[in-house]
Design a protein around this ligand. Structure first.
Ligand SMILES: C[S@@+](CC[C@H](N)C(=O)[O-])C[C@H]1O[C@@H](n2cnc3c(N)ncnc32)[C@H](O)[C@@H]1O
Length: 254
């Protein structure tokens, strides 16, 4: 079961999660997502695949209500509990009423889910006019996709989806969201830092280092790849996409 694979991976990684990549606690990135969500003081906000709540925390005290949803309690236990309510559950079958939220944010969660199913649920639980903001790692394009996806697969075998930049807004449009906009954010990540996340065995670590060492010139250029002091620095691309639920529209059928 894909949910069990995600649970097992994040169970091993939970204790080190917040320090397992620079983007996790990156205040600039978190601020951008929060600002893009345009949540008001009266908004109810769902942080989908909330993990340790690093993103949910940015809304705490600024909105009426913050709800986190995640299926891995090991992750949520390693948090400062920034939610008004934490719900343990599956994004593909959310235990929320239709129209329960004004805003939904999801950072680095959709790659573990049936993305169209999860986004159909996001659409359902948002109020008419509600806003969704996604933020996900992608390849840069055709030139780096093979190596980027190999690294992502070795890093986390629970991953079900590998995104190109255009996939993130496309998924929102396909789910029925309107006024879809995108932005990108680059994050410099130390391989020595993220490879030591508690969930990657020695054989996969070796595979990851080999993938970087064998990377093409084009991959090296796009990722500003640097080999220094025994570490590898990879500039990774995150795509942000936001959209709005129309006031009367129906979601696209699956
Ligand atoms: C990479 S972490 C992201 C955590 C958080 N959103 C952040 O930005 O730090 C991915 C999270 O997705 C959760 N997850 C994976 N599949 C899920 C599903 N089907 N339903 C709910 N949560 C899920 C995992 O348990 C994990 O906490």
């Amino acid at each position: 079961m894909p949910e069990e694979a995600a649970h097992s991976h994040f169970g091993k990684r939970a204790a080190r999660y917040d320090r397992s990549a620079n983007w996790v606690l990156d205040a600039e990135l978190i601020g951008r997502i929060r600002d893009w969500a345009e949540a008001g003081a009266d908004s109810s906000v769902l942080d989908l695949a909330t993990g340790t709540g690093a993103l949910a925390e940015a809304f705490q005290g600024r909105v009426r209500r913050v709800v986190g949803l995640d299926l891995c309690t090991d992750m949520t236990e390693h948090s400062r509990r920034p939610w008004d309510e934490l719900v343990v559950g599956d994004a593909e079958k959310m235990p929320f009423a239709d129209g329960a939220f004004d805003v939904c944010v999801c950072r680095q969660g959709l790659q573990f889910m049936d993305a169209p199913k999860a986004l159909a649920e996001v659409y359902r639980v948002l109020k008419p006019g509600g806003r969704v903001v996604l933020c996900h790692l992608t390849a840069y394009g055709e030139a780096d996709r093979e190596t980027a996806f190999l690294v992502q697969r070795l890093r986390n075998p629970a991953r079900r989806n590998f995104f190109m930049p255009e996939d993130v807004p496309r998924l929102l449009g396909a789910a029925g969201f309107e006024a879809v906009e995108t932005a990108e954010y680059l994050t410099v990540e130390s391989v020595n830092q993220w490879i030591d996340n508690g969930a990657i065995g020695a054989d996969r670590m070796e595979g990851i280092r080999k993938a970087y060492e064998g990377a093409s010139e084009e991959f090296r250029r796009l990722h500003c790849l640097r080999f220094q002091s025994g570490d590898i620095l990879d500039t990774m691309k995150l795509v942000l996409a936001r959209g709005r639920k129309g006031s009367g529209g129906k979601a696209a059928s699956l």
